[in-house]
Design a protein around this ligand. Structure first.
Ligand code: GTP
Ligand code: MG
Ligand code: NA
Length: 344
């Protein structure tokens, strides 16, 4: 019955929420990077992608002593901007994902783009978990670096626990007002059925991060086997079109399913008509590094989904972000594919 287990693609997880709730910082905490501090004004203005291999997730969650069996090869996380002017990017990100993390600042509760993100997720029926971030800002918080949240909470004073419970209760009520039932994840036995799980986190001191990672992997493995079963049909979306020194105009894509090869003939939607070209190079950042940040790239002859990839080829100058990338197979008629590409 479990013949699929060895042929799963990595789940794609989109991280969404109001500006400055700590989306990028949470990813920095898992990656051990400093992407957020390099952003202009501390504001994310592009969609990002980071691949987390199963090995790193296992390492990061081992204190939870959960069933260590990870069936997925890894997790691809899509970072999105929270600033109000980037609704289109949040929509693009949420349209790609299997599951989402909705980040809420425990000191602020639900904010306008929290609600906007929530509506995008509802619209597509996307499962999500809530990261109730910045718990370290509760007055008197005692840091328990990278600890599972239950363990960290036991170390806190009565006052901290009281403030935490008060804020948590308020936020559960705010979700209820949006028609959404939520509960702390370790009390939520119904997980995903009608009640969404809340994971308290700190992106600065790492409390709750193991719980968040484990929850994502366990939940997708448990409920999305069919959806995550690898398929040969290429499903690929253009995230960004960018000029990169030494590479000309490149496209950053998310490969949701299928495989891409160097030398594949591809078609993408362009401002002046369909762009038919040949993949010159398939580049990825190192695992646990952000695709949107300049760095050294790994070259691949072929890449299987799911992955965030930078593609170099001729003719991308007028490519349009947000559209699909098509591969021309040996039996395909290029004209049909050009037509399909322009319908996006
Ligand atoms: P946008 O992408 O611009 O929407 O913001 P974001 O949600 O990615 O938030 P970001 O990671 O830029 O963090 C915003 C600010 O909050 C930064 O100054 C972070 O250092 C701070 N911050 C993020 N997470 C935490 C946290 O858990 N605790 C504390 N104390 N500060 C945090
Ligand atoms: Mg950000
Ligand atoms: Na920010």
């Amino acid at each position: 019955p479990n013949q699929n287990e060895d042929n799963l693609r990595s789940p794609i997880c989109c991280i969404m929420g109001h500006v400055d709730t700590g989306k990028t910082k949470l990813l920095d905490c898992i990656r051990g990077t400093n992407v957020q501090e390099g952003e202009a004004g501390g504001i994310t203005q592009q969609i990002g992608a980071t691949y987390f291999p199963a090995e790193n997730i296992r390492e990061r969650t081992k204190e939870l002593k959960a069933d260590a069996k990870l069936k997925v090869p890894g997790l691809l996380v899509i970072d999105t901007p929270g600033h109000e002017s980037f609704t289109n990017l949040r929509s693009r990100g949420s349209g790609l994902c299997d599951i989402a993390i909705l980040v809420v600042d425990i000191m602020h509760g639900l904010e306008p783009q929290t609600i906007e993100s929530l509506n995008l997720l509802k619209m597509r029926n996307t499962e999500f978990i809530v990261a109730l971030n910045k718990v370290d800002r509760l007055y008197g918080w005692k840091v328990c670096k990278n600890a599972p949240i239950v363990k960290a909470m036991k170390q806190q004073s009565k006052d901290v626990q009281f403030e935490y419970n008060t804020r948590l209760t308020q936020i559960v009520t705010q979700f209820k007002e949006q028609g959404i039932n939520t509960e702390l994840y370790y009390k939520n036995k119904e997980m995903g059925k009608d009640t969404f799980s809340i994971v308290p986190t700190s992106a600065i001191s790492g409390e709750g991060i193991p719980d968040m990672l484990l929850l994502l992997v366990q939940w997708t493995q448990k409920t999305m086997i069919e959806r995550l079963t690898y398929s040969n049909v290429v499903q690929c979306t253009v995230l960004e079109v960018k000029v990169v020194e030494g590479h000309g105009t490149t496209i950053d894509v998310v490969l949701v399913n299928g495989v891409l090869h160097e030398g594949d003939q591809i078609v993408v939607c362009g401002m002046q008509g369909p762009i038919v070209t040949t993949i010159r190079a398939l580049l990825t950042p190192h695992p646990m590094k952000e695709l949107r940040v300049k760095g050294t790239y790994l070259h691949h002859k072929e890449i299987k989904a799911a992955q965030g990839i930078k593609i170099t080829a001729q003719g991308f100058e007028h490519a349009i972000a947000g559209t699909s990338l098509y591969v021309v197979g040996p039996d395909d008629d290029v004209e049909d594919i050009k037509e399909a590409a322009m319908e996006d």
